[in-house]
Design a binder for this molecule. Sequence first.
Ligand SMILES: Cc1cc2nc3c(=O)[nH]c(=O)nc-3n(C[C@H](O)[C@H](O)[C@H](O)COP(=O)(O)OP(=O)(O)OC[C@H]3O[C@@H](n4cnc5c(N)ncnc54)[C@H](O)[C@@H]3O)c2cc1C
Length: 610
Amino acid sequence: MHFHSLLLLSIAVVVIEAAPFYGTVVSRAEELQSEYDYVIVGGGLSGLVVANRLTEDPKKSVLVIEAGPILNPDPDAVLIPGLAISLGQSYQWLTQTEPIADLKNRTFSISSAKVVGGGSAINGMFLQRGSRGDYNLWEKLGNRGWGWDGLEPYFKKSETFHPPTGHDDLDIAYDLATHGTEGPLQVSYPQFLFPQLKLIMEAFRKFGVTIPKDSANGNGIGALWVPSSVNPADETRSYAKRTYHEISSKRSNYHLLTERQVTKILLKNKKATGVTISAANSTSAINVTAKLEVILAAGALHTPKLMQLSGIGPKALLESYGIPLVQDLPGVGSNLQDHPTMYSALVFNSTIPSGYPDTNQLYTNATYAAEMLAQYHANRTGPYTMGLGNNAAFLPLPLIAPDRYKSLLSIALAANASTSDLAAVQAGYNKQRALLLAAFATNDVAVDEFLVGTSAGAGISLQHPLSRGSVQIRSTSPWDNPMINSRSVSDPLDRAILVESMRYARRFHASPGMAPFSPVEVSPGTDVVSDEALTEVAREALVPTFAHPSCTCPMMPREIGGVVDVKLRVYGISGLRIVDASVFPLIPACHLQATVYAVAEKAADIIKGK
Ligand SMILES: Cc1cc2nc3c(=O)[nH]c(=O)nc-3n(C[C@H](O)[C@H](O)[C@H](O)COP(=O)(O)OP(=O)(O)OC[C@H]3O[C@@H](n4cnc5c(N)ncnc54)[C@H](O)[C@@H]3O)c2cc1C
């Protein structure tokens, strides 16, 4: 690798008073070059995957720039699955939403990671794929090759799946044909699972909910077993840094620069030529050249922000901030989706079935928790091998509301649903809406995730919201977080589905399968039954995010608000691609990380021309 004395000279000139400009280029600080073949913005989940695959070619040099730190060594709260909850708000950007009208003008913090590995470093390790119907909607929006059949090989490529062992009593079925055996990400079921889960899964089955053989094989509808991104060799978190990055870091053509933020994409004659990099709140900056491409992997909140700051986005928005327009692309920052969630709209008291352990002890009994943690350290067994759960029910609308779904859908079809005054964005939304409403009438997509714990409880998460939000710069400063207009549950059908989901949850808790838990609703109370009253409960309880912001630079045809084409190239600009969760056109009905891994794997193949 060449050493560029010119660059060092410019560092000496630019960085004067403050701390040295360069933080860490992992293991090779002195080797930072002034130009690379590929410059990747964001060393999160997708950025590290793409960097790994591109550096497989020793002739191609790659620089990844990550705003957050690299964790060396990884703290226990990252490594130990059962401690994930203790991470709280560490290593995040914590972007605030604007007040949300349909949620009583409340504001919320949206989680997105700021650390090497991105969300994969701090997430709940739930490793779930959406169903065939979810991704086939992507294809129907004009994205040939991005349906289930086009993505399944990349889900497989990203993972090494370890079949469950020692849980014969729980009947966790799996389909090896859909799993990978050589991918960097280690996927497994925890060594310990609470026996109550059998009762809960059985309760769903008795209530008419199917339990698919393996939720990963395109049939992720029903009551599901879902593995974790955990390495069973030592029961620790498997994540993009400890997998893809570790492999890349042995290659001399890979550089990672941490705690430095990309503040601008350099554009010349509508071609991306490099990026400007700066330390936090520093006025000094340097430019690095991308000989082949700039690849955006800054996540669904920061990728559109960076594009807008660089002159690519809705014309009127950029003009209002005096940013010279390079490319008018109305879709940049539009189409924001997430999974709005009610953790405690319905609260049930319940009992522990006789002969079963008290699953709450881990949080209520410090002595027990300390013993279990010691057991984990001693032999990697016990409840600390569990992440944030391995079950969920993903339910379609005809199942949740068998008597009402047709009338709800016909009301939604007749509605005049406006989401944007930008014609292209509205056209794309109209198409999305028509496809979603058609899919909602089938059992092919889930509209609701029913969060499954180890006793009674009715967390409800909307999986295919019709409401659309936006991400827009709030100033010309790269240090300001973007403005998030979530518009969560602004569409009446979103609210109606939440209401029907609460009714379904009540019926489920009253079903014979749940009798061992003797559930009793304590809030809001069984007398709260009308549409209006339950909608009010939802407005009070709903959180607009499940840490799944996505879809803000959608892959769709340009004339309907698309930002990238099927090769993930930004329309109108050469040498610029996006590979992160912003390119999803529609949020899938699942937790997002497996899909981000697959999209990034596919992106890398596309960039390599495969
Ligand atoms: C708290 C939390 C819990 C979650 N739980 C789960 C779960 O259990 N299961 C699941 O499937 N999914 C989960 N997710 C979601 C999943 O982790 C994310 O969808 C996924 O990480 C998104 O990948 P990405 O590459 O698009 O973005 P990220 O992984 O967020 O990576 C983007 C990176 O870019 C960096 N960056 C941004 N702007 C700049 C800039 N200007 N310059 C340099 N760097 C920049 C960021 O710091 C970040 O590290 C969770 C996410 C969070 C935050």
